[in-house]
Design a protein around this ligand. Sequence first.
Ligand code: HEM
Length: 123
Amino acid sequence: MSQTQTSLYERLGRREGIERITRSILKNHLANPLIKTRYENSKDLARVERRVVEFFCAGAGGPETYTGSDMRATHRGMNVSEQEFVTVIDDVLAALEENGVDPPTRNEVLAILWSLKNEVIRV
Ligand code: HEM
C-alpha cells in the first residue's frame, strides 16, 4: 500500500487555513444561542483564539506547539454538558464546510474531537 495522502494539516490549508477556520468557529460560537455566553464571558478571547489555532495545528500534524493546558484542565469546573459538546462540534463542522473543507477531511476532524469527549464533558 502506498502512503500518498497528504497530512490533515495540509488538507486544512496549513496554518493560514486553520486560522481562517478558527475565526469561523468563534464567529459561529458567538452567534449560537446554546453556547455564546460561554465565550462572551471569557476574559481574553484573543488568547483563546491563539491557543485554539495552536491546538488545531499541532493536533493536525503541523509543526506548531500548543502552549495551553490540556483539555481536562482547560474545561475543569465549567460543567460542560453533552448538548454543549455536540453544539461546539456542529459549529466546527459548519466552519470547516464554510471554508471549503471536503467531507472526508471533516469526518477526520469530527473523529478527533469526539475522542476528546471525556476530557471536556463535566470534568
Ligand atoms: C473537543 C471539543 C473541544 C476542544 C478541542 C476545545 C478546545 C479548547 C481550547 C484549545 C481552548 C483554549 C484554552 C486556552 O485558552 O488556554 C478552549 C477554551 C475554552 N473552551 Fe473549549 N474545547 C472543546 C469543547 C468545548 C465545549 C463543549 C465548551 C462549552 C461550550 C467549551 C468552552 C470553552 C471556553 C468557554 C473556553 C475559554 C476559556 C477561557 O476563557 O479561558 N469548549 N477550548
